[in-house]
Design a protein around this ligand. Structure first.
Ligand code: TXA
Ligand code: MG
Length: 336
């Protein structure tokens, strides 16, 4: 199958492909998604197949507008409407009781469904024109870093999907914040650009609380993690407090370094000229460029990457989560 790059001007043709259960990658403000008809078992099976994704890992269902919520969910609490009104269109996904219409393949047979209203103008144009919601996981092969621009998707899924809708690169660069509203206490399942602190403040004013799911706590602290967001080489993490070990590993060849600007200026020695160094102005810049940089390093034949683990506040929590997964069980370097 040849994978074609489409423009918004090809929208009518893209819709025809989706109606035939083909799957199409499209831009969102977080990462690119791989979309198919959320009401069609066959389209959803095609997504699992193209990604090589285990069939017990459900997709997020994307809709254009809050008015379409009842197409995909039922018994929707007022709180979910309030959260959607406040934070979307944007990088927040909410788990709700599933409606009958959504394909059980999309939700991996669960009775709940993850719903998101993306803000990216191309995603919005696509979803507004589409006669059904789109089930869309991130448009990477299972376990790999998520694509944040259309050429990354092309390289990742060429020959496996019908097409890619072109569009501006992802503004945030990390997947959406996922919360569950299935119970009175809101649960944070995946940190993202809508931060825990923002959610806490908003929920507090409405008399609700939010708790971080145990698997997130495990993920951001060293120890138990599933392989996810991983490039072809090992990643070792370090913190701002432990920079001196970098001196002892200077002679390593084909090495990459991901570091925040403020930390970079604290390195008390000259780094080896052979190292590929990426300096990020702040956490937002780090998040936006993380996956793209990891994939670029692969192309450059980098064999090992040292990455700074920022502090776990605000967007830092999402960055820590993705970096800890990407570095699966390599631990935090203190002495090389
Ligand atoms: O930013 C994003 O969320 C991107 C863009 C494309 O929208 N999508 C994305 O999808 O990251 P994916 O499939 O890579 O991640 C979805 C996450 C998975 O961890 C999945 O297990 C979880 O959401 N999820 C989906 N449905 C769920 C459900 N019913 N209950 C609990 N977790 C669910
Ligand atoms: Mg993903």
């Amino acid at each position: 199958m040849e994978t074609k790059l489409y423009q918004l001007s090809d929208l009518t043709y893209i819709l025809r492909l989706l109606e035939q259960d083909e799957i199409i990658a499209f831009p969102t403000e977080t990462v690119f998604g791989l979309g198919g008809n959320a009401f069609s078992d066959r389209a959803c099976c095609n997504i699992y197949q193209a990604k090589g994704r285990p069939s017990d890992n459900p997709f997020i269902i994307h809709i254009a507008h809050i008015d379409q919520l009842n197409l995909v969910a039922q018994n929707i609490p007022d709180l979910a409407y309030q959260l959607f009104s406040r934070f979307t269109p944007g990088p927040l996904t909410i788990i709700l009781p599933k409606s009958e219409t959504v394909s059980p393949v999309a939700t991996a047979q669960l009775s709940s469904v993850a719903v998101r209203i993306p803000a990216h103008p191309s995603a919005r144009a696509l979803l507004r024109a589409c006669p059904f919601p789109l089930a869309a996981p991130s448009a990477n092969r299972s376990g790999r870093p998520s694509p944040t621009n259309s050429s990354m998707v092309m390289k990742e899924l060429q020959g496996r999907i019908a097409g890619v809708l072109d569009g501006t690169p992802a503004q945030y660069g990390l997947e959406s914040t996922v919360i569950s509203c299935l119970h009175d206490e809101v649960l944070l399942l995946r940190p993202g650009a809508v931060s825990l602190e923002e959610l806490e403040t908003f929920l507090h004013d409405l008399g609700h609380t939010i708790r971080i799911a145990q698997h997130v706590i495990d993920a951001v602290s060293p120890g138990m993690r599933h392989a996810h967001y991983q490039p072809a080489y090992p990643i070792k993490l370090f913190t701002q407090e432990h920079l001196s070990f970098l001196q002892s590993v200077q002679l390593q060849e084909k090495t990459g370094l991901l570091i925040l600007k403020k930390t970079y200026h604290q390195i008390p020695f000259q780094l080896a000229a052979s190292w590929q160094v990426r300096i990020f102005t702040d956490e937002k810049d780090f998040a936006r460029q993380l996956y793209q940089t990891l994939v670029e390093f692969e192309r450059q034949g980098i064999k090992l990457v040292y990455a700074e683990l920022p502090c776990c506040q605000g967007l830092g929590l999402a960055l820590c989560d993705r970096l800890q997964h990407a570095a699966a069980n390599q631990g935090i370097s203190k002495d090389g």
